[in-house]
Design a protein around this ligand. Structure first.
Ligand SMILES: Cc1ncc(COP(=O)(O)O)c(C=O)c1O
Length: 381
């Protein structure tokens, strides 16, 4: 059993961090696993990286063991796709679906790109809320597809009615649930009502539900839309091993959908060759439910602490269901980013149209966030 330290200690802060003196901050006594991952310190190439929503803790010990043992024994051999097929079958078994309903890719990125290429063009619009994850929008622009960008609701959540209202003539609707960058989420009833409405009113329109952050959601906040993808050939979901599974560098993602839908996506764009080590790591990570639960718990505790820091200073932050938060910092994100970078902390890029007020901050480890909060206090003044 892993040990998860509950709650944060209060430590005395030096003069340089006086701005947050007296608040609860991150203890140095992090979980042994976290300590091992950061034995070299909190700086990665001299920077605390809070800009890409990767797991600060990486994969669990059993996945690291699987990677190490195959690196030493097997890395010279890898053309046989055994492990890749095992991963695909493992994912199918995990969800109790057929292997034909699983499409692997080198990260979920090629699936986002391929789906826009498959389902959108100058006459078949790509419709997306903004801000959201923008790889699909970028692809739509690259291929000259028609695009519609919709504002978020006043709570910074995706407006599902607005998305469905714009399905007429649309090739593809993109729903990131939970949403990157805002961390907001829609529960199963809302997602189901949205999908059924689109399928009823615009049965030719595809719906992509990107569940990259599903493992970080609060209890009861959402469920996978997989049953809808199994019911409707126009619905597909994507997942990533780059987030809670801690394998961003391995580049593994997958789509779950009906067979013919996956064939269309794969026919439109290369999915890359998932490599042997990545497949072994992903299969181990998928099966290590204990590590994912620990990762989610760590992230949730850190998230509460960091959100509390900002809210106590008067900044609005939507409840987050991800490993990042979207903060109304009351200044341009670029200015905040530059200020933080002077102290070797890198926060997220601009997210138009909210880049004049809001910044996305990925949640690092306890140790990283302890340093980062001191920096945020200095830069925000
Ligand atoms: C919502 C969302 N989908 C997809 C991706 C792509 O991730 P990957 O290609 O590593 O699976 C990201 C990456 O940050 C993301 O935030």
């Amino acid at each position: 059993m892993k040990t998860t330290r509950r709650g944060f200690g209060t430590i005395a802060l030096g003069a340089a961090v006086g701005a947050i003196s007296g608040t609860t901050v991150f203890s140095r006594k992090a979980n042994a696993q976290t300590r091992a991952a950061h034995a070299a310190g909190v700086y990665d190439n001299g920077i605390i990286q809070l800009n890409q929503n990767e797991s600060a803790r990486g994969p669990g010990p059993s996945t690291m063991d699987a990677i190490h043992s195959h690196t030493t024994k097997r890395v010279g051999r890898g053309y046989s796709p055994d492990h890749v097929n095992e991963l695909r079958q493992g994912i199918a078994d995990y969800y109790s679906i057929s292997i034909d309903n699983v499409q692997l890719a080198t990260g979920s990125t090629p699936l986002l790109q391929g789906s826009v290429r498959a389902f959108c063009d100058a006459d078949k619009t790509f419709v997306t809320p903004m801000p959201t994850y923008s790889t699909s929008l970028g692809t739509a622009r690259t291929i000259g597809a028609a695009t519609i960008e919709l504002p978020l609701g006043s709570d910074l959540g995706v407006d599902l009615d607005d998305l469905a209202n714009n399905a007429d003539g649309a090739g593809l609707l993109y729903l990131c649930n939970p949403n990157n960058p805002t961390g907001t989420v829609h529960g199963p009833a809302a997602v189901e009502a949205f999908v059924r409405r689109v399928m009823r009113e615009n049965p030719d329109t595809y719906v992509h539900i990107d569940e990259a952050y599903i493992n970080y959601t609060r209890a009861g906040a959402m469920e996978t839309a997989l049953p809808l993808a199994m019911e409707f050939d126009k619905v597909f979901i994507t997942r990533s091993f780059s987030k809670a599974h801690g394998l961003a560098g391995m580049r593994i993602g997958y789509a779950l959908a009906q067979e013919e839908t996956l064939a269309k996506i794969r026919g439109a764009w290369g999915m890359g060759d998932v490599n042997m080590l990545g497949a072994i790591a992903a299969l181990s990570a998928l099966e290590d439910k204990e590590h994912i639960a620990w990762e989610a718990q760590e992230n949730a505790e850190i998230r509460d602490e960091v959100v509390g820091f900002f809210r106590s200073r008067g900044h609005e932050v939507p409840d987050s269901n991800t490993n990042h938060i979207f903060v109304n910092i009351g200044m341009p994100a670029a200015k905040f980013r530059e200020g933080c970078l002077e102290h070797n902390v890198l926060v997220g890029r601009d997210f138009p149209p909210l880049e004049q007020t809001h910044c996305r901050i990925s949640l690092g480890s306890r140790e990283e966030m302890k340093v980062a909060l001191e920096v945020f206090a200095k830069v925000l003044g």
